[in-house]
Write a protein that binds this ligand. Structure first.
Ligand code: NAD
Length: 422
């Protein structure tokens, strides 16, 4: 299979959206390169007393609509094309959600699994010292990403505050609640996806009780999506993680909390469905990730990795609706085929925008020294996702295009409008 360059693919979509908006040239030039690629070598004291150097970076893609926003990852294979793509998509995601933020992404080239907790802390603090003058609440606000977490954000805030000479929680989001994080952030990505799906279901006249769902990935996003959909009446009939998953053969729907308990107790999802009393191994079956994607369900939710639905398996996909909670789970070739077949794809830049929207709420709460309740946060999130889903739907209907291109038109159009004002 040909190696997919994610940045080339994203730029193809950008060009297409600019053509449909009716502008090109100047704007393609402006939006097809990041505003800054910052790279430094950070020096970190290791537990054995030695100083080790690690490449650290930050891509600041676009700030026309506000400060750069996006995660920091600790990963040994930091690939610039991938990071540039994610930074570009963050710019689009913030614009689609209509929050006053731009896009960025960054990290450190390191294998965090080789490090002690103290070394992770040292790397986190060194990253902040390296980029201190380029980040901050009104310039660039990082958040967690692959192998970074609320604890790391708390160390980063501490280091930033020390250098700034004042406590500055708004410099990073995704913090633990006790360190200035927001209520609801933990499951906001999945909740946003649910609000978008709820709107689509209304358009299609379909009721949750009649809707079967399969979910790939059972981490933060996949598990919370399963839980939220189950709580709202959908029938979750298959889930999987990297070790495989389970199918409910009778399609009655499983309680995701029970599956999580099995996963915690046994180390994988297993082939039997157990509640707190009994295990049923007769009406449930172990499945592979390949099987899960190709199941005959109404809604498929990829919530694990990129490039899962490709030219190789797209013809076997039976779901009528796909909600992209993962970033980039469908390749462009597969995307085209799905659209031709009338499959509705809620694109990642809307479907998983709930996370960055609540990060924005966290930043606002920190700046205003406020603490919003979970109900408040979710009401505000629902209003944003519902409104933007409907904006995207209208563009798609008017122009007879898929929801992804409609989302690109909405987001790119807003970035262009903001650039004109700057
Ligand atoms: P996570 O690390 O908590 O979970 C990832 C899950 O994917 C795990 O259950 C893992 O077992 C599973 N997985 C790995 N390889 C798999 C495979 N081959 N088949 C099936 N499952 C596999 O990560 P997460 O935070 O849940 O993120 C999941 C996806 O959502 C990623 O694409 C991420 O970029 C995207 N996303 C996350 C957020 C967020 O707020 N966490 C926001 C936007 C987008």
């Amino acid at each position: 299979m040909q190696k997919i360059n994610p940045f080339t693919n994203a730029m193809k979509k950008l060009k297409e959206s600019l053509d449909l908006i009716g502008v090109n040239g100047e704007y393609y030039k402006k939006l097809s390169e990041p505003e800054a690629i910052l790279g430094k070598e950070i020096e970190v004291k290791m537990d054995d007393g030695n100083i080790q150097k690690f490449p650290a970076y930050r891509v600041q893609y676009n700030s026309a609509r506000g400060p750069y926003k996006g995660g920091i990852r600790f990963h040994q294979e930091a690939n610039l094309d991938e990071v540039k793509t994610l930074a570009f998509l963050m710019s689009l995601k913030c614009a689609v959600a209509n929050i006053p933020m731009g896009g960025g992404k960054g990290g450190v080239q390191v294998n965090p699994k080789d490090l002690s907790e103290k070394e992770v802390e040292n790397i986190s603090r060194a990253w902040v010292r390296a980029f201190f003058d380029k980040i901050g609440p009104d310039k660039d606000i990082p958040a967690p990403d692959v192998y970074t977490n609320p604890q790391i954000m708390s160390w980063m805030v501490d280091e930033y505050s020390h250098l700034a000479g004042q406590y500055t929680p708004a410099a990073f989001t995704g913090k633990a609640i006790e360190d200035g994080g927001s209520q609801g952030r933990e499951f906001s990505t999945s909740m946003g996806g649910y609000y978008a799906l709820r709107e689509l279901m209304k358009k299609l006249g379909q009721k949750p009780e009649q809707t079967t769902v399969a979910i790939q990935g059972y981490g933060n996003v996949g598990y919370n999506a399963a839980r939220i959909l189950h709580e709202n009446g959908f029938k979750v009939v298959a889930v999987s993680d990297s070790k495989g998953g389970i199918i409910d053969l009778r399609k009655q729907g499983m309680d995701p909390k029970n599956i999580l308990t099995t996963k915690k107790n046994k180390g994988d999802i297993g082939s039997c469905y157990c509640d707190d009393k009994v295990c049923d191994c007769e009406h449930y079956q172990k499945n592979t990730n390949k099987d899960l994607l190709e199941l005959d369900v109404d809604v498929l939710v990829p919530a694990a990795l990129e490039n899962q639905i490709t030219e190789d398996n797209v013809d076997n996909i039976k779901a009528k609706v796909i909600v992209e909670l993962a970033n980039g789970p469908i390749t462009p070739e597969a995307d085209e085929k799905l659209f031709e077949r009338g499959v509705y794809v809620i694109p990642d830049i809307l479907a998983n925008a709930g996370g960055v929207v609540v990060s924005y709420f966290e930043w606002l709460q920190n700046l205003k020294d406020e603490k919003w309740s979970e109900v408040d946060v979710l009401e505000k999130l629902a209003a944003i996702i519902t409104k933007e889903f409907n904006n995207i739907w209208t563009i798609a209907e008017d122009k007879k295009i898929d929801l992804r291109m409609a989302a690109y038109i909405l987001g790119v159009g807003r970035i262009i409008d903001a650039s004109k004002k700057n």
